[in-house]
Design a protein around this ligand. Structure first.
Ligand code: FES
Length: 387
């Protein structure tokens, strides 16, 4: 960790005062703490002073200490300890803090530092000629899983490559830093595995089968209630290998029955089997309540497979398997996904057992961008390439 000292006297302003609004905010913030514990407001007050003036001046440190009845040295200790506080003037549009701790170093932070030296200034904590950008190396910022990373003001930008960081710096330098989405810059949710979850996955989806026309109740009653009850306990849906012989036999019979009673609908888009006809329901196991009915009015309309379907895998959150399921539902184009209403998104989310991921990944926004202008439009909207 670098030595952190206050800026030279010749750049220190003579005095510090919070603006009227900030003074009122500071007063309210101090009041949040119990009597005798007002010193706990030291970090928020220093942060507000930095947001107001761009950096933490010696006068600001003394002013905050007076407000909290603290010795100056105590506030100085706090301000000089945390790298979130800038002790000298930094870039007005971006101060890039590059993590140089081991995980980030092993994943390429040295290259990011070299880029900062080239693009901003050879020396850390020294603003570029226009005064808009500066950089420094800092210790671990707590997003090691997504190394390497940088922090710019309050946001982190993770899973970086040199071109990606260059793009981010350019956006900030152009005053358009808000265009860049903070967090991972690759296809991952927070610090989840790259490419999607690898554990605690939903049970394997069954392949599409023709729609069941009629279900014979015989199969359902072929399992005595007592056995059916045991089946619920002994054969959880996630582990079919634990089925009892009775339930396995019943399931086989049910499958046979369903297979005999089903018929493909000629000319229409193939639809997977109905929930009511799933063997699981017939053998006394609880039906998969998370999976909505294919007959539900909120199921998005499908289309026949076009000659050149869109590559739905460009949507973050859609892999080959999910794309296959979407195709089974008759979803082949970005325009279809872009047009989904809330109820339809919820239906698909439930069908895929995604637990809200469609909203979290904003499939509709992604699909709109891809439908409008392909990858170029996606990069314009999201500041990164689609997966
Ligand atoms: S090592 Fe870089 S964020 Fe932890």
């Amino acid at each position: 960790m670098s030595v952190r000292r206050l800026a030279e006297e010749n750049v220190q302003p003579a005095a510090f005062a919070f603006s009227k609004d900030n003074a009122a905010w500071a007063k309210a913030t101090i009041k949040k703490y119990p009597k005798g514990r007002e010193q706990s407001a030291v970090i928020p007050l220093l942060m507000r002073a930095q947001e107001q003036d761009g950096w933490v001046t010696k006068a600001a440190i003394e002013s905050v200490a007076d407000m909290l009845a603290m010795p100056y040295i105590r506030v100085l200790e706090v301000a000089t300890f945390y790298t979130q506080f800038q002790l000298k003037p930094v870039g007005t549009r971006a101060h890039v803090q590059v993590c140089g701790t081991t995980p980030c170093m092993l994943r390429g932070s040295e290259d990011l530092i070299n880029l900062c030296k080239k693009r901003i200034h050879p020396n850390p904590l020294t603003p570029n000629e226009a005064g808009t950008l500066s950089w420094e190396e800092v210790e671990c910022q707590g997003t090691c899983v997504n190394a390497p990373m940088v922090m710019i003001f309050k946001d982190t930008y993770e899973d970086l490559t040199v071109p990606q960081l260059e793009y981010i710096i350019d956006r900030f330098d152009a005053g358009k830093g808000a265009d860049v989405k903070p967090g991972p810059q690759i296809d991952r949710i927070f610090s989840a595995p790259v490419g999607g979850p690898t554990t605690l996955l939903a049970p394997e989806k069954k392949p599409a089968a023709p729609r069941a026309k009629k279900v014979n109740d015989d199969a359902a009653v072929s399992v005595p209630p007592s056995n059916a009850g045991r089946a619920k306990t002994a054969a959880p849906e996630t582990d079919p290998t634990l089925k009892t012989p009775v339930t396995a036999k019943a399931e086989s019979a049910a499958n046979d029955k369903v297979a005999g009673d089903t018929k493909a609908e000629g000319g229409k888009v193939a639809k997977p089997e109905t929930a009511a006809a799933t063997p699981a329901a017939l053998v006394g196991k609880p039906a998969d309540t998370a999976k909505p009915s294919l007959e539900d009015k909120n199921r998005p309309a499908g289309i026949a497979k076009p000659a050149t379907p869109d590559d739905l895998k460009l949507i973050s959150g859609v892999g080959p398997k999910i794309e296959g399921i979407l195709h089974e539902l008759g979803i082949f184009t970005f325009a279809q996904v872009a047009g989904w209403k809330k109820a339809e998104r919820e239906w698909v989310d439930g069908y895929l057992n995604f637990k809200g991921r469609i909203e979290r990944d904003d499939w509709v926004k992604q699909a709109k961008a891809l439908a409008k202008g392909g990858e170029a439009e996606y990069i314009k909207v999201f500041g990164k390439k689609p997966r």
